[in-house]
Design a protein around this ligand. Structure first.
Ligand SMILES: [Zn+2]
Length: 375
């Protein structure tokens, strides 16, 4: 029997974003539409994991097996945090999240892969089902990525008292805490890099957080942080912008309010030809920054905005037209972006932005490399 309606975000996590009748709110992020649905319909599509050369239902069955043991573990995590209180130790929760990090990463690949990296046309989707499979089979890679996260990132738990957290169709949500560089094949928020925040959903009330770099002061490492509604909105902005097509939530008002912060960017591809003649390429993940200020720096770096400020003196009137002096206006963004450009000119290796010299850095799911020669 083939499961027709195949979930790209597991039902066992959707349950924690639904009410006791299984109802929740779903948003089409690009269209800005919000509607009520239930967890058996949400985040699913017909025959999404089927491929002519694969036995029917094989991926769906594989995911189901993982869900079977992850589901009770998620239930346990949610209720353990609930009974933790404000001052309880996070050790037990941390241990559980750590134990299932690999599964979380698998579900991340399973979901984000779908619309972002497969969604262009039917033929392409079928090819990418194979590449999804290859990624999931690289158990050594997934294991080492999980190890990098648990070793080099800080852990915290955040709570929304209004059940206000959203869930993106990426499953995990990530954001850059600072602009590092404009990379050719990865984004500033790839796991394994410095200055990255990783949000792991437990329920609409709780997220587990792994971070490196400057987190906002309401996310204190090793603490159970209770967030205000305003702070939950800030976190939701990252979750929403991790969504490619859909985002769900228990709390309709919270979902609607964050819709305004969605920035649509279509995926872009890059192709690199090395001196050796080898060719590599990848689809770029869109950049998401936790702080609006970093988004500004990014616009200076990635857009052509920088050119406008070249050669300006500190006391000149700012070229942006604000009427303020350059030093009191755009100089900060300009100099941050300039130092990233300098890194590019100096051909600073991506590895130097890794959280640790031995760290594994997340790869794009459809990254390809045509050997012929090595690089
Ligand atoms: Zn300015």
């Amino acid at each position: 029997m083939v499961t027709k309606n195949q979930h790209y975000v597991p039902a066992c996590i959707l349950k924690h974003f639904a009410n006791s009748k299984g109802q929740l709110y779903e948003a089409l992020v690009k269209e800005g539409k919000v509607y009520r649905t239930n967890r058996s319909q949400a985040m699913s599509e017909r025959f999404i994991y089927e491929h002519p050369i694969l036995p029917q239902n094989i991926l769906e069955t594989y995911f189901h097996r993982i869900e079977n043991y992850l589901s009770p573990a998620l239930d346990r995590m949610a209720s353990d945090i609930d009974s933790l209180g404000d001052s309880g130790s996070l050790d037990a929760i941390k241990k559980q999240v750590r134990k299932y990090l690999r599964e979380f990463i698998i579900f991340y690949y399973r979901s984000g892969a779908l619309f972002y990296e497969y969604g262009f046309d039917e033929r392409e989707r079928q090819e990418r089902v194979v590449s999804l499979l290859q990624n999931l089979m690289r158990s050594e890679y997934i294991r080492s990525l999980a190890k990098t996260i648990e070793r080099h990132y800080d852990f915290a738990v955040i709570k929304s008292e209004d059940r206000g957290f959203l869930l993106s169709d990426q499953y995990l949500s990530t954001a850059g805490l600072a602009v590092k560089n404009q990379f050719s094949n990865i984004s500033n928020r790839n796991m394994g890099l410095r200055d990255v925040i990783i949000l792991i959903p437990i329920s609409c009330s709780y997220y587990a957080v792994y971070s490196h770099g400057k987190t906002p002061d309401y996310i204190v490492p090793e603490k159970h942080n209770v967030l205000t509604a305003e702070q939950v909105h800030e976190v939701n902005r990252t979750i929403l912008n991790n969504s490619y097509r859909k985002c769900v939530g228990y709390n309709e008002a919270f979902l609607r309010e964050s819709m305004e912060s969605f920035v649509y960017r279509s995926p872009s591809g890059v192709r690199m030809v090395y001196d050796s003649g080898a060719v590599a390429g990848a689809t770029l993940k869109k950049e998401v920054f936790f702080y609006p200020e970093e988004r500004q720096v990014w616009d200076f770096l990635a857009g052509m905005k920088m050119l406008k400020f070249e050669g300006m003196g500190r006391n000149d009137l700012c070229a942006c037209g604000s009427g303020k002096k350059f030093k009191k206006c755009c100089l900060y963004y300009y100099s941050r972006a300039s130092s990233a450009i300098l890194d590019i000119k100096n051909k600073i290796d991506v590895r130097s932005y890794a959280v640790h010299p031995t760290a594994t850095v997340e790869r794009g799911i459809n990254e390809f490399f045509v050997p012929g020669t090595s690089h």
